[in-house]
Design a protein around this ligand. Structure first.
Ligand SMILES: *Cc1c(COP(=O)(O)O)cnc(C)c1O
Length: 461
């Protein structure tokens, strides 16, 4: 048993239950079992406090794109902490890591995007989006243009603004959300909502819900549309190819801003720097976080197009917004080293040429399993739809039970795979090798077999 400071797993669990409130957690259920204690990681592998080795199919939480154990990121952070651990970027000040990271992000962003506003998380990035979008239209003399349209089942973070932009009913039900001025349209989720339509026609229909919402709230009031290129937390919902071009056409036709939430899709997840590139989206704003530092330190930001930046800068005066740790030097140093690794190790090329094709094949091979109604993937994002009787796309009567059983069995088998209701989702690190993809698929298949056995035993199928 691996021990840290002489403490055992039950000791950690007892103290965790006594003093630690976890995010998105039912503590009754958690404390009945005890937290899993993760103590170290290397490459795509985790070890728990009992010494078990687990394949991290979720890249931490969609973020450890370059894998664990990157000594050079730790060294870069150490150097920066020794030289300048902190200075703010408020009072006409800047520092080398913030300058260099801004420069780097401008270089990899689409040509019409040349500036970044830093914050510490994806949620703060999306709160920044709300304020920046509304500020932009106010400066344009159209302050009534303040409605932001998002999608049901979108995830844009957990702050008041982020959760309001998001379309999670469970989150809105706690704490009086959404805040005013946010509207939600249907998501492009063919598997659940496509009925008899072919996916491309359904994609157009889902996109045209934006047009209907624009008219419902009146075009002159609409500030922006926000969407994740692929919805992550909602269940790796990959829109049909027809979807994004139609969304962009509608945004342009009504001159409303397009916001691509790149928090998951950015930094190589789809084999491109950004999900926008993958789908041909031309966003006015791109919130970023997660893969920006591969999770080594917390950092987020909003990439800002020239159209918006020029207005804020030329006509704006002071924008009363920012965070103490906007552009934190150590976090910027971590992000810079992470981006250097992605470039120098040709990680995008590895993803495109090796990891993604291997993953797509391996993942698709699970489609023949009796529990799997659909296996889909794009880049290094994958989902399996668990259903009781394929080829029907009908769901289990008690939604979420099969997913939870499958998720727990995955852990027991040594694979982190997450359940969103009865959709299993996966997002392995970009550095995953062909051999490791094979291991991932074998663990996933064993887990599906075990899940089927449990469902039969419990008479849930
Ligand atoms: C995770 C996530 C966020 C929120 O990021 P935090 O760093 O957890 O605040 C926002 N948008 C998307 C698309 C995400 O996946």
């Amino acid at each position: 048993m691996l021990k840290r400071a002489g403490r055992s797993t039950p000791d950690f669990q007892a103290s965790d239950a006594a003093h630690h409130l976890h995010p998105f957690t039912d503590h009754g259920a958690l404390n009945a079992e005890g937290s899993r204690v993760i103590v170290k990681a290397e490459g795509i592998w985790l070890w728990d406090s009992d010494g078990r080795k687990i394949l991290d199919g979720m890249s931490g939480l969609w973020c450890v794109n370059v894998g664990y154990g990157r000594r050079s990121i730790a060294d870069a952070v150490h150097r920066q902490m020794t030289e300048l651990p902190f200075y703010n970027t408020f009072f006409k000040s800047t520092h080398p890591p913030a300058v260099e990271l801004s420069e780097k992000l401008a270089a990899i962003a689409p040509p019409h995007i040349n500036r970044v506003f830093f914050c510490n998380s994806g949620s703060e990035a999306n709160d920044t989006v709300i304020r920046m979008v509304r500020r932009y239209w106010a400066l344009k003399g159209q302050p009534y243009r303040n409605v932001i349209i998002s999608r049901q089942n979108a995830y844009h973070g957990s702050t008041m603004g982020g959760a309001s932009l998001g379309g999670m009913g469970t989150m809105h039900a706690q704490g009086g959300l959404p805040i005013p001025g946010i509207a939600h349209i249907a998501q492009p989720y063919w598997f659940d909502d496509g009925g008899d339509m072919d996916p491309e026609r359904f994609g157009l229909k889902a996109a045209r819900a934006l047009e209907a919402a624009i008219h419902q709230h009146r075009p002159e009031n609409i500030a922006a549309f926000i969407g994740e290129p692929i919805q992550g937390a909602g269940g790796v919902i990959i829109p049909p190819d027809s979807y994004w071009p139609e969304i962009m056409r509608i945004c342009r036709a009504h001159d409303i801003l397009a916001v691509a939430d790149e928090v998951i899709c950015g930094f190589g997840r789809l084999g491109t720097w950004f999900g926008s590139e993958y789908f041909g989206i031309e966003p006015d704003l791109m919130p970023i976080a997660k893969g920006l530092s591969s999770g080594y330190l917390p950092i987020g930001g909003v990439l800002v197009s020239d159209r918006i930046a020029d207005t804020l800068i030329k006509d704006g005066g002071e924008f009363f917004h920012g965070f103490t740790y906007s552009g934190h030097p150590a976090a910027c140093a971590a992000a810079l080293e992470n981006l250097r690794i992605i470039e120098e190790e040709n990680i995008l090329a590895h993803a495109q040429d090796t990891a993604i094709p291997a993953f797509a094949r391996a993942w698709q091979s699970l489609a023949d399993h009796p529990l799997v109604g659909e296996a889909r993937s794009a880049g290094l994002l994958g989902a399996l739809e668990l259903v009781p009787s394929k080829p029907s796309r009908a769901r289990f009567p008690a939604i979420g039970d099969a997913g939870m059983i499958c998720r727990d069995l995955a852990f027991e088998n040594g694979l982190v795979m997450r359940a969103v209701r009865d959709t299993m989702v996966i997002a392995p690190p970009l550095v995953i090798t062909q051999e490791e993809v094979g291991m991932l698929a074998a663990l996933a298949r064993k887990t599906l077999d075990d899940t089927l056995a449990v469902l039969k035993r419990e008479r849930l199928i």
